[in-house]
Write a protein that binds this ligand. Sequence first.
Ligand SMILES: Cc1cc2nc3c(=O)[nH]c(=O)nc-3n(C[C@H](O)[C@H](O)[C@H](O)COP(=O)(O)OP(=O)(O)OC[C@H]3O[C@@H](n4cnc5c(N)ncnc54)[C@H](O)[C@@H]3O)c2cc1C
Length: 320
Amino acid sequence: YTVIFLEELQKINSGGFAAAMWAHAYLAMTHVNKEGNHRIKEKYLRASISGDKIGCLCITEPFGGSDVAGMRTTAIKKGSSYVINGSKTFITNGVSSDYLVVAAKTKPELGNKGISIFIIDRETEGVSATKLDKLGWRASDTGEIAFDNVKIPEENLMGEEDKGFSYIMQHFALERLIMGVNAHARTEYAIEYVIKYMGEREAFGKTIDKFQALRHTIADIVSELEMCKEFNYSVARKLNEGQYAVKEASMSKLLSTKIADEAIYKCLQLLGGYGYMEDYPLARLFRDSRLGPIGGGTSEILKEIIAKIVIDKKDYKPAT
Ligand SMILES: Cc1cc2nc3c(=O)[nH]c(=O)nc-3n(C[C@H](O)[C@H](O)[C@H](O)COP(=O)(O)OP(=O)(O)OC[C@H]3O[C@@H](n4cnc5c(N)ncnc54)[C@H](O)[C@@H]3O)c2cc1C
């Protein structure tokens, strides 16, 4: 159902709206579902499912996103509370969400072994957010968030203290597959639109879908698209069966987002000047698609992960 939901969302041709939906359902809610205790699930998960509460996941910081272990936000225990200080950036639903799932260092001296995950109500004193202006995904609110002596009860710790890094890495597999599926779905949207357009647009006395050069472009894109789609479905099946498919999920995002960017660039070209006009869907798709190789782990980081697995034989293990 997740794959169907994601594919249908891409047909709206608003990467931003889709992101607002899936960041809530699969980034924030995944942590609440997997690490939240009964009380947290009753309060936040129920309301998240009904749509009464919207969540966001706060990992990236202004000082760096790829180096998750290098985060500087701290959560220091004081009596029965934690006090959170620091900042996060590029957070989807960062301004409009009702609660924030936040990664912070409980033991800064331990690096990635001292990170924990907390759930924080938007209204908590000391939480502030600013909306960022972006190239694409403009229908999604992307926020920079500051935590200034934010005091939360110790019950808002999710999962075990200091295990946050493993939780984050574990759930990245799903996020990366999601971004892979989004990429193949938006490529499919682009190609369907462009084939229809080519059948209607005429040049030199015939519809442009008769020009061999353009037909071959379509054939190339559709071949790559089908390969991605089938692969992504197979990764979805693996995750669904409970397999920890880090390598495959990384490959899914790496290649699907690359192919989507290239395909959408070419599809825009096939519309000629209309491709450049905001009245036609390719302009927005082109801008929205560019986030694919950046968000949720850049292509460079994904290549690092894949190389570690295939060359160094690194064995990634799930946290639970
Ligand atoms: C619209 C949008 C929405 C987002 N939503 C969220 C969200 O909801 N929650 C969240 O936590 N984050 C979110 N992000 C953040 C996103 O995950 C990060 O931007 C991304 O992980 C990269 O981090 P960075 O921007 O700090 O880049 P950096 O880490 O500063 O990287 C800069 C460049 O250096 C490269 N690089 C870094 N390290 C290496 C290395 N070891 N080897 C080779 N190259 C390297 C990177 O690939 C990149 O090209 C979002 C970002 C955007 C733009």
